[in-house]
Each structure stands twice: as structure tokens, then as C-alpha cells.
Design a protein. Structure first.
Length: 235
């Protein structure tokens, strides 16, 4: 679809400021006979799809067009997409569970780490017909310990850590604990909004030796971001 839209605009000399895309790890497609077919993508499908889209845009007549992810299904998904937006443009470290980057303009260091449970063996999540059925995924594990040492930092600099997991930023579970009301009251709606933004947040301060030691245990399905929140007082 993106290739056809880009070609349509190019043929008519129309400008493109951005290309909009949606990411759905599960979906229902309808064949010519009208029957629905359940589709589940593999674990790395989002990365592969966005990499392909970026390459399509880069080699098109609109290489500077932005890519906007404009639809998602849950608050945790929103946070999971927001966290990479804070990464820098220089890759310092890439591991199977995350990346560490630096911003070439500000020199600020940032990172994102995830725990896609080993028990999933890179399989897709799939879908469920009810929230109680989907809750079974909470039992998938194990937890993952994230340990990294980042040197060459300014002593006194602080880093904000944010984590979205089962207990933090999960309004679906909060809704379930309310009794799964179909029609929310104003108070319930406000409560769920607060829950959605209530990530686990804490700060880390770089010691005098300029070396930040990161040692965090991530629960299954958790996503964590680390970003420099302020330079030291002397900079």
C-alpha cells in the first residue's frame, strides 16, 4: 500500500510530508469467499515491517518524509512506542534485549530494553476472545536481569528510568479489577487514565568516577527506557 501511495503522488507531482502506518501483530483478513482468516505475525515482524517501510521511503522521491505510527491498541503499546522516540542517533551498543545510544547534537545517552519472554521462543503473541483469556500471558516468563556499565559520563548527571510492565501503566488489568464495567463512570475513567500514566519511574545519578552501573530486573513483557534528564551542574 505504501509503495502504491508514494507512486501515486510522484506521478502527479504531489508533496508528501509523512507516511502513516499501523502495526498489528494479530489481525483478521477476509478472503474472496468472505471467510475470516486469523493472522499472527512473528515476534520481530514490527521491526522488519518498519525497516522495509523506511527503505521504501528512503529510496523514493520523498526521502525526507517522516514515518508516523498512528494507531495502536493499548496504553502499554503507546508507552512502548514512545520510549524509542527518545533514543539518540548514534548507536553505542546493541544486544538481543535492547540498545544504548547517544545524541550527536547534545551528547545525551539513552537506552531502551525489553523482556520478550524466553518461554515464547520468538513466537507471536496471538489473540484471545476475552480479557480473562489474555491474562494467561502474565504467567509466561522468566524475568530478565538487565546489567550494563556505561562509562565516560559526566559525574552528577541524572538519568530518568521508566518501566511499563504488568503492575505499572496497565489500565486493562485495572479495568478487570473494577469488575470489567462496559460503561465507565467519570470516576472510573479518571482512575484508568491515572493508571495508564503510572509507570514505574526513578532516577539514577552518575557517581564521581563517571561510570553508571545499570542493574534492573525486568518482569516478563516489560519495556524500560533510560534517558539523560539533566547534565551536571558544572556543564
Amino acid at each position: 500500500m505504501a509503495r502504491r501511495r508514494i507512486a501515486f503522488c510522484q506521478e502527479r507531482d504531489l508533496p508528501i510530508d509523512f507516511v502513516s502506518t499501523h502495526t498489528y501483530p494479530t489481525d483478521f483478513a477476509y478472503g474472496a469467499n468472505g471467510e475470516a482468516v486469523h493472522i499472527t505475525w512473528y515476534a520481530d515482524a514490527t521491526f522488519d515491517d518498519l525497516t522495509l517501510l523506511r527503505e521504501l521511503v528512503r529510496t523514493s522521491a520523498y526521502p525526507d518524509a517522516e514515518i508516523h505510527i498512528t494507531e495502536w491498541s493499548t496504553s502499554p503499546t503507546f508507552h512502548a512506542f514512545t520510549m524509542p522516540a527518545g533514543l539518540g542517533d548514534r548507536l553505542l551498543l546493541a544486544t538481543p534485549d535492547g540498545v544504548v545510544t547517544r545524541d550527536s547534537r547534545t551528547s545525551a545517552v539513552s537506552a531502551v530494553f525489553v523482556n520478550y519472554p524466553e518461554d515464547m521462543a520468538r513466537k507471536g503473541v496471538g489473540s484471545a476472545s476475552s480479557y480473562p483469556a489474555a491474562r494467561a500471558l502474565a504467567e509466561v516468563g522468566p524475568a530478565r536481569r538487565i546489567r550494563h556499565v556505561i562509562g565516560g559520563l559526566e559525574p552528577g548527571a541524572t538519568f530518568l528510568v521508566e518501566i511499563v510492565d504488568w503492575e505499572h501503566g496497565n489500565p486493562a488489568e485495572a479495568w478487570h479489577r473494577l469488575g470489567a464495567p462496559l460503561n465507565l463512570s467519570r470516576a472510573e475513567s479518571e482512575h484508568l487514565s491515572r493508571v495508564a500514566d503510572a509507570l514505574l519511574r526513578f532516577t539514577l545519578t552518575v557517581p564521581d568516577d563517571g561510570v553508571l552501573e545499570l542493574d534492573v530486573e525486568l518482569a516478563p513483557w516489560a519495556v524500560m527506557s533510560l534517558r539523560q534528564s539533566r547534565p551536571s551542574a558544572g556543564r
